[in-house]
Design a protein around this ligand. Structure first.
Ligand code: FES
Length: 164
């Protein structure tokens, strides 16, 4: 299993995030995480801010049990972690994906809506796919293409997002 798809084995409902680890184990043993990676999650476990995330370099750790992320239990719901530069979106009941929130057109980060499976930036109305087709860079003046996807690793109710 690819690491970026590991998050697909999260429980579908945020209401049962407390059972997320059990759900993961039911689908796939947590063999994908090394002891070092688990220690990394544990090392930052007291560092989450009130909004439920913690940034360290190019890493963003997310605590999905924080109320700010509760709506991610709903299919097609998304959260823009504005200051962390991340869009988190549930694309189906088993899948959460992370993308750059920097608009490929002119770099606006806070004007996104998710419509028909695409993120639309309401600053100028351009929309971008989340299928990694024709990925375009932040503020590259692109008016179409795909948003940059970030790798996601899940552990219990936590995510580690690696920004590139
Ligand atoms: S800045 Fe996003 S569409 Fe122009």
């Amino acid at each position: 299993m690819k690491r970026r798809d590991f998050v697909q084995h999260l429980c579908p409902s945020m209401a049962i995030f407390a059972l997320a680890n059990a759900c993961v184990q039911a689908n796939e043993p947590v063999t994908d995480l090394s002891a070092t990676e688990i220690q990394e999650f544990e090392r930052v476990s007291t560092k989450y801010n009130e909004e439920g995330y913690f940034q360290e370099g190019n890493l963003v750790f997310v605590n999905l049990s924080n109320p700010d992320f509760s709506k991610l239990g709903n299919n097609l719901a998304y959260v823009n972690i504005l200051d962390a530069g991340v869009l988190l979106v549930r694309t189906d009941e088993k899948t959460l994906k992370a993308f750059s929130n920097c608009c490929p057109h002119q770099g606006i980060r806070g004007a996104w809506v998710f419509v028909n499976g695409r993120f639309k930036c309401e600053n100028h109305g351009n929309s971008y796919n989340i299928t990694e087709v024709n990925t375009v860079s932040c503020s590259s003046n692109s008016i179409s293409g795909g948003l940059l996807r970030f790798n996601v690793v899940a552990y219990k109710q936590f995510l580690k997002i690696t920004k590139v």
